[in-house]
Design a protein around this ligand. Structure first.
Ligand SMILES: C[S@@+](CC[C@H](N)C(=O)[O-])C[C@H]1O[C@@H](n2cnc3c(N)ncnc32)[C@H](O)[C@@H]1O
Length: 372
């Protein structure tokens, strides 16, 4: 089961299908599917809109904490990992009779620890909340409990290229989801007129050049007993080969903030040195952009800072005007939490959908750009 932000289930299901997943069933903030070991490794390295890939290991009914402990104790944890590993347990979903999630964690942990103690004569996994090797997720749906192993470990939106970030970055998985919802791959290139730390640019680059976003990082499944390194390396090599750089895809960013542009340059030089990228340290209103059939995608300021609100109507109007000039025949996609400001974009809206950047609810507005 791959988890995702609400609104990205359809995009994620399509990604999973493309990567060879079977029996795909989109759910709420998740997509269930089946695959084999190489498939699990491939999903972790290549999925763009996923947060984690969970492997369910046992499902049962438990209405109270005693039964929960009993069932955790009966689980063959030792078949999945060894007693010397570090562990973290989290809970998702809801159960009306197991409302104290801290106690749920406690009871499942006791079950795991007691299983190992008995098997090993006292050696047990230790708890490490910050950097655990093994991550257990307790999924609750009423009294139905599923114990899962998180195969990803560090969430999949932590790609590794974002060592520092600008002021209000959009999460990588959300940016990748928005790009796919806006059919980025059907466009000639990508431009973000207010690129900040460049999330749309880097996610767009990887999408357009078929580069897997998590090729060079570690995963929790590498600590599992059934980890097959040969299969992992083979999947990694085949994904690396599939990413081919096409020189004629423009990727363009503008920002008025010098620090943001410098940051994007540093990230590009370190992580994407071979991919053409054009950056303008300037207000987008001042830049002559001629990028027909490209996707203009951005999350503009939405008026959080003092004094910003009054400037928003003009700024959003300018985005519409810039799109008409720059990406004729292409598309404009704007993600914002400010509906009032978005009304200032004077283009014909194709559709809008609700998405979340963390706890912030926003809307993705999409417009076809038919030229000036
Ligand atoms: C919400 S942030 C974008 C965050 C970005 N998507 C990221 O992931 O880091 C908005 C950005 O718009 C920039 N900005 C505001 N007005 C601008 C303008 N007229 N032209 C270009 N950039 C502008 C700000 O400097 C800021 O970096």
């Amino acid at each position: 089961m791959a988890t995702c932000r609400p609104g990205l289930e359809g995009v994620l299901a399509a990604e999973i299908e493309k990567l060879g997943g079977r029996s795909i069933k989109p759910g709420k903030r998740s997509v269930a599917f089946s695959t084999n070991h190489p498939g699990l490794y491939r999903m972790n390295m290549a999925l763009r809109a996923a947060i984690q890939v969970l492997v369910p290991i046992r499902t049962f009914n438990a209405r109270d904490y005693k039964l929960l402990y009993f069932q955790s104790r009966r689980t063959n944890w030792h078949q999945y990992f060894t007693a010397d590993k570090t562990l973290r347990i989290d809970v998702n979903g809801h159960s009306p009779t197991l409302q104290n999630t801290q106690y749920v964690v406690h009871r499942v942990k006791d079950g795991i620890v007691d299983t190992f103690r008995k098997m090993t004569g006292g050696i047990r996994p230790s708890i490490d909340k910050a950097e655990p090797e093994i991550h257990v997720v307790v999924h609750m749906h009423g009294s139905k409990i599923t114990l899962c192993l998180d195969s990803s470990g560090i969430p999949l939106f932590k790609r590794g290229y974002r060592l520092e970030h600008g002021e209000a970055p959009i999460k990588e998985d959300l940016a990748a989801g928005i790009l796919q919802l806006s059919n980025a791959k059907e466009h000639a290139g990508i431009v973000d007129p207010m690129c900040g730390s460049g999330t749309f640019l880097f996610e767009g680059m990887m999408l357009m050049h078929d580069m897997a976003p998590n090729l060079k990082r570690s995963f929790a499944f590498q600590h599992w007993l059934d980890y097959d390194e040969e299969a992992f390396l083979a999947e990694q090599a085949s994904l690396e080969k599939a990413g081919s750089i096409k020189k004629d895809i423009p990727i363009v960013g503008c920002d008025i903030d010098e620090e943001s542009i410098d940051l994007v340059k540093r990230i590009a030089a370190t992580h994407f040195p071979d991919i053409p990228l054009t950056l303008h340290h300037s207000a987008f209103q001042e830049v002559e952009l001629d990028l027909p059939n490209c996707l203009m995608v951005t999350n503009p300021p939405y008026g959080k800072r003092l004094g910003e609100e009054s400037e928003l109507p003009a700024l959003y109007r300018d985005i519409g005007t810039a799109a008409k000039k720059a990406v004729m025949g292409g598309r404009l996609a704007v993600f914002t939490t400010n509906r009032k400001a978005a009304r200032q974009i004077r283009l014909t809206q194709d559709r809008s959908c609700t998405l979340f950047n963390g706890a912030l609810e926003g809307l993705l507005y999409e417009y076809s750009v038919r030229g000036a």
